[in-house]
Write a protein that binds this ligand. Structure first.
Ligand SMILES: Nc1ncnc2c1ncn2[C@@H]1O[C@H](COP(=O)(O)OP(=O)(O)OP(=O)(O)O)[C@@H](O)[C@H]1O
Length: 259
C-alpha cells in the first residue's frame, strides 16, 4: 500500500539561494498528485526533497519537515538509502543501465540494496515488476538482451519496473513522459493510473492536459520571478484546480496567460 506524506514548512536552499519558500502540503496515499507551474517555480526541487535526492547536489539543503506516514525523513537517525528504497524515483530521461540485460536492469535496485535473492524468486520478481510496468508481454522472450535495445517508451517502462521492484511506498516521477512520443506517453499515463492502487504517486509535469488526465490532486507552484523562491499557491482536487481554482494566479496559469 502507498503511504501518506506530510510536508511542513519546507524551505529548500541551493547554497545561499532560497529556492523554495515554506511549502505545506499533504500527499494522500494511493492517489496521483501532480505538481504543475512555470519553469523555475521549484516543482522538481520539492519533488527531490521527498526522497532526499536533492542531497546529491552539493550545498542543497532543507529546513522544515517531510513525514512519511508520520516518520521524519530528515531525522538524524534516518538513513537516506532507506528513504530512497521507500520513496522511489523515475527520471525525465529513461536511464536503464546500458550494459545490463533487461532482467538485470529490473533487479538492479534490489541488488544495490544488498538483498540476496534466489533465482526462482528473482524470476518471479522480474515478471511481477515487468507486468506492473505493462512491459512483460513486450520483453518476456528477450529478458537477457540489453535494456538499451528497447524503444524510448519501453525503456521508461523498464525504469518504472526497476523502481517498483524494490517495493517502494511512494513513486516520484519527474516529467516521466517528456522524452516520449505520444503513444508511449499514453502507455505510461495508463500505467500511472494502474500503479496508484499499490503506490502513492507524485508526478511533475509541464503538460497541464497530462496533469488533468492522470492526477487526482494538483498542486500549483509559482515564483515572483527569477532569483525569487518558488512557493505553493494552492493544492486541491484536480477537477477543482482546473475548473474552479481559488487563486487568480492559478486561473491565469491554467488559462495560458503566462508560463
Ligand atoms: N542544482 C541547482 N543549483 C542551484 N540552483 C538550482 C539548482 N537546481 C535548481 N535551482 C534553482 O532552483 C529554482 C527551482 O528550480 P526547479 O528546477 O526546482 O524548478 P522547476 O519548477 O522544476 O523548473 P522546470 O519546470 O524548468 O524544470 C530555480 O530558481 C532554479 O534555478
Amino acid at each position: 500500500m502507498g503511504q501518506r506524506i506530510d510536508v511542513n514548512h519546507l524551505n529548500v536552499y541551493y547554497g545561499d539561494f532560497h529556492a523554495v519558500d515554506d511549502v505545506n502540503m499533504v500527499i494522500e496515499p494511493n492517489k496521483v498528485t501532480a505538481f504543475i507551474g512555470p519553469s523555475g517555480c521549484g516543482k522538481s526541487t520539492v519533488l527531490r526533497t521527498l526522497n532526499r535526492m536533492h542531497e546529491t547536489t552539493p550545498g542543497a539543503h532543507v529546513k522544515g519537515e517531510v513525514l512519511l506516514e508520520g516518520k521524519d525523513l530528515y531525522a538524524p537517525d534516518t538513513d537516506p538509502v532507506a528513504v530512497r528504497r521507500d520513496v522511489g524515483m523515475v527520471f525525465q530521461r529513461p536511464n536503464p543501465f546500458p550494459t545490463m540485460s533487461i532482467r538485470d536492469n529490473v533487479l538492479a535496485g534490489v541488488r544495490l540494496n544488498n538483498k540476496r535473492i534466489a533465482k526462482s524468486d528473482a524470476d518471479d520478481l522480474v515478471e511481477w515488476a515487468l507486468r506492473g510496468a505493462a512491459l512483460w508481454n513486450d520483453v518476456k522472450d528477450r529478458l537477457d538482451k540489453p535494456g538499451i535495445g528497447l524503444s524510448g517508451g519501453q525503456q521508461q517502462r523498464l525504469c518504472i519496473a526497476r523502481a517498483v521492484a524494490v517495493h517502494p511506498q511512494v513513486l516520484l516521477m519527474d516529467e516521466p513522459c517528456s522524452a516520449l512520443d505520444p503513444i508511449s506517453t499514453l502507455a505510461v499515463e495508463d500505467l500511472i493510473g494502474e500503479l496508484k492502487d499499490e503506490f502513492t504517486i507524485v508526478i511533475v509535469t509541464h503538460n497541464m492536459q497530462q496533469a488533468a488526465r492522470v492526477s487526482d490532486t494538483t498542486a500549483f507552484f509559482n515564483t515572483q520571478g527569477s532569483g525569487k523562491p518558488g512557493h505553493l499557491v494552492e493544492m486541491a482536487d484536480t477537477t477543482t484546480i482546473f475548473s474552479n481554482p481559488q487563486s487568480e494566479e492559478t486561473e491565469n496559469y491554467i488559462s495560458g496567460r503566462f508560463g
